[in-house]
Design a protein around this ligand. Structure first.
Ligand code: NDP
Length: 516
């Protein structure tokens, strides 16, 4: 099968599977909607070889040539938004609105952003040195594409988190082989078709469909791995990459806290809590996963959040935009994790003020659930749930909230709500996470200029901003000596007098600081 074949073309051959294949299900209906190949290590190797052969031509197009392809792809994405959203909705069970805002619009923004900014971020940099040995030399720091990048992605945002990381990698001049999650490969395949239509040379972007083993094989072949997924798998990826000293960038799990201070706009905080915990069915790495509320406003906050979450409509999103707010649970094992966290919390004394149950017939759905009377003995407060749940905990004051927010192995995102922006910012600076958002949540992801990455077990490296494209490059330093004597003073033969002069010079330059 061609590596960029369309989802439709990838469907079973009249039900006759001719090779190892993976059935792709619609999680909102339980029906199989397509099958894709389960690619072997040999197939991955062949794919990377083709990518390697195609890469120099792509790099030679320069930023302007590559940017033209990306801008065409941006237009393609908007012209084909309905088709893309349908594909995303069908393989994830998420709502149209979630596919539109956090995937199609993000993808369109990303094509434009990287087309415009790649050259600036990767421009040669002239630097000056303070070393007297380098007087008069020209020093340049430059970026070269690494070659072939392997992108391994999760199932929660097939466009944003799987395909999205390919965009800066391509703009840097690399070829990319993308291994999407085995349960959501169709969007990536559609985007491969899009890029081909937009003039991307053959084999510069390919999709390797398959399971974990396909991803593992990819690590062995490529020059760098951009991985998004669970912390558990991230460790395996790093271990495998260590065998070939392949650089990795890891975007892993999170347990994002929200802190609500007593001077917050409680109506806004409650709306944000309901939205940013339940959006995408809570299956977002930077979802609000736990809330700490100062005791003075706790009851009011809980009442408002409960009312808003209870009002959410959940179900099969196939009715189109505006029909449901919360869709299906995309990944079957995730359903069990969500259910385990809710049951564990209730067994230990928590109460579900709304929701608390799931169903697995005709699709997988877990009710939007608000838990109260929670504490840190419960998995719902300490482990990543990744589902439509919101545990809310009462705290004495901001100090206790900060302490509990930081009592986590994760550090991806966080939010603080207060009308006193300066106080909220001071608190934000004490929270141990890669991003902290004030009077909002999650929106930092849309700021493509800002680095997005996790602290602690939430990851290594970041996406977006200058670092989000430089990581796909090798850095090369160039030092040019133009006007120079036949022999520099430090060269052979060594002479005692020259050494003494040099020592005096170094003492003069470096030895003038006062001793404590
Ligand atoms: P997984 O870690 O299970 O899988 C991620 C990808 O890795 C999938 O494509 C998977 O393939 C593949 N894979 C599995 N085993 C291996 C292996 N041994 N070597 C190489 N690749 C492998 O994550 P999920 O798909 O369950 O995604 C959910 C997780 O992703 C959550 O923890 C979430 O927080 C995190 N995430 C983090 C984000 C961030 O930006 N920090 C953003 C979005 C999600 P297959 O699916 O076929 O098994």
């Amino acid at each position: 099968m061609a590596s960029t074949e369309t989802p439709a073309a990838a469907a079973t051959n009249g039900g006759q599977a001719t090779r190892e294949e993976i059935a792709v299900e619609n999680p909102a209906t339980g029906q199989v909607i397509a099958t894709v190949p389960d690619m072997s290590p040999d197939e991955v190797k062949a794919m990377v070889a083709k990518a390697r052969a195609a890469q120099p031509g792509w790099e030679a197009l320069g930023f302007a040539g590559r940017g033209r392809v990306m801008r065409r792809a941006q237009k393609w994405l908007l012209d084909n938004a309905d088709r893309v959203m349908e594909t995303i909705v069908s393989e994830t069970g998420k709502t149209y609105e979630d596919a539109q805002l956090a995937e199609v619009s993000h993808g369109a923004a990303a094509f434009g952003f990287w087309a415009k900014n790649a050259e600036k971020y990767l421009a040669d940099e002239r630097v000056k040195s303070s070393s007297p040995l380098l007087l008069g030399r020209k020093l340049i720091s430059r970026y070269r594409p690494l070659g072939v990048i392997g992108v391994i992605g999760p199932w929660n945002y097939p466009l944003t988190n799987s395909f999205g990381d390919a965009i800066p990698a391509l703009m840097a001049g690399n070829a990319v082989v993308l291994k999407p999650s085995e349960i959501t490969p169709l969007t990536s395949m559609l985007m491969a078709e899009a890029l081909r239509e937009c003039g991307l040379p053959e084999h510069v972007f390919q999709v390797a469909t398959g399971r974990g083993e396909t991803g593992a094989a990819l690590i062995d072949e490529v020059d760098m791995i951009m991985f998004t997924g669970s912390t558990r798998t991230g460790k395996k990826v790093m271990e495998r990459a260590a065998q070939t000293i392949t650089p990795v960038s890891l975007e892993l799990g999170g347990k994002d806290p929200m802190i609500v201070l007593s001077d917050a706009d409680i109506e806004r905080a409650a709306n944000a809590a309901a939205y940013y915990s339940m959006q995408n069915g809570g299956q977002t790495c930077i979802s609000v996963e736990r809330v700490y509320v100062e005791e003075g406003v706790y009851d009011e906050f809980v009442a408002k959040v409960t009312e808003k979450v209870r009002a959410l409509r959940q179900g099969n999103p196939s009715g189109g935009p505006g029909t449901v707010e919360v869709g299906a649970v995309t990944f079957p094992p995730q359903f069990d994790i969500v259910d385990r966290h809710v049951k564990d919390a209730i067994e230990k004394g928590a109460k579900a003020v709304t929701g608390g149950q799931g169903r697995r017939e005709n699709g997988m759905f877990y009710e939007p659930t608000v838990l109260v009377d929670v504490d840190h003995t419960m998995a719902a407060m300490t482990e990543e749930t990744f589902g439509p749940t919101l545990p809310i905990m009462r705290v004495r004051d901001a100090e206790e909230a900060i302490k509990l927010a930081n009592d986590s192995p994760y550090g991806l995102g966080a939010s603080v709500f207060s009308k006193d922006a300066a106080r909220a910012e001071a608190i934000a600076r004490r929270v141990e996470s890669g991003a902290v958002v004030i009077n909002d949540a999650m929106l930092n992801y849309s700021a493509l200029e800002l680095p997005m990455g996790g602290w602690k077990a939430s990851g290594l490296g970041s996406r977006h901003g200058a670092g989000g494209i430089r990581k796909y490059c090798r850095q090369q330093s160039i030092l040019v000596t133009k006007l120079a004597p036949k022999r520099d003073v430090h060269m052979f033969p060594y002479k005692a007098r020259t050494s003494r002069v040099l020592l005096r010079l170094f003492k003069f330059i470096y030895g003038r600081g006062k001793r404590p």
